[in-house]
Design a protein around this ligand. Structure first.
Ligand code: ATP
Ligand code: MG
Length: 256
């Protein structure tokens, strides 16, 4: 039987403010298999980031549970790497130091080993030769590559990405999608990927959870049976358009 990297069971998240409570997530059930790429797709405010933060251990569930390899999540950990929309690099550190910074607390590795790992992961994301650049000297796409290298450097089983390409132009975004597919294949991790973009979700994923808002729920789960490895041309295929239609119809029906 396939192993589950992550399982969310009846997860409820309520926010309280001045005696009023707000139901952000309503009984969410989902799972991510080992080495599976899963996307969360849905309208603004449906709770995608809230769910990702719960999985990252940055916030706590109100009800239900989230299990990572059968262990309940209670805090952030090195078994999960997180990439946010904003690159959040430290501006006073070189690219490689930003990556190595993620290994700061690792007492098992020497300074030299950490530097070598940082260089290795920068090469993996296509930044060989830019190890000594500062964030201010890099484009948005390059900074996001550094952020991805930083999330990968301690080899997490699960990579969490919250609209990582939202701030990038269309061409860079395409390049980054292919980079993520390559990294995903080489790092052999599982991915939970949050996006607004229907094409991006289909292109990258093995499975897509379509969410609805008010309250945030899983409206539909769609397995994407497109051949792998994928290249951009698949986006012109009949099968791709069939998935796109199915998702757009679901999102449209939510508006009624
Ligand atoms: N800390 C918080 N306190 C109160 N309400 C919150 C908090 N965080 C999120 N919410 C609310 O929960 C709902 C879901 O927010 P969330 O940011 O998860 O949505 P999202 O799907 O990521 O949206 P977007 O696509 O715009 O990023 C929103 O209505 C938001 O206002
Ligand atoms: Mg969000």
């Amino acid at each position: 039987m396939a192993v589950n990297e992550l399982v969310a069971q009846s997860v409820v998240k309520e926010f309280s403010h001045k005696k009023k409570s707000f139901l952000a997530l309503d009984h969410i059930n989902l799972n991510i298999g080992e080495h599976e790429f899963v996307s969360l797709l849905g309208p603004s405010g449906c709770g995608k980031s809230t769910l990702l933060r719960l999985v990252a251990g940055l916030d706590k569930v109100s009800e239900g549970q989230i299990l990572l390899r059968d262990q309940e999540i209670s805090k952030p950990g090195r078994d999960r790497g997180v990439v946010f929309q904003q690159y959040s690099l430290l501006p006073w550190l070189h690219a490689w130091e930003n990556v190595a910074f993620a290994l700061k607390k690792d007492k098992t590795k020497s300074k030299q080993e950490k530097k070598e790992l940082a260089f290795h992961f920068l090469e993996l994301v296509g930044l060989k030769g830019f190890e000594d650049a500062y964030p201010s000297q890099m484009s948005g796409g390059m900074q996001q590559r550094v952020a991805i290298a930083r999330a990968l450097v301690y080899k997490p089983n699960l990579l969490l990405m919250d609209e990582p390409f939202g701030a990038l132009d269309a061409q860079t975004r395409k390049e980054m999608q292919d980079l993520v597919l390559k990294v995903f294949t080489e790092a052999r991790s599982s991915v939970l990927f949050v996006t607004h973009d229907v094409d991006e979700a289909i292109y990258l994923s093995d499975r897509v959870y379509v969410m609805s808002a008010k309250p945030g729920r899983i409206a539909k789960e769609i397995k994407i049976d497109l051949p792998k490895p994928r290249d951009w041309n698949v986006q012109l295929s009949e099968e791709f358009l069939k998935y796109k239609r199915e998702i757009l119809v679901e999102l449209q029906s939510q508006k009624k």
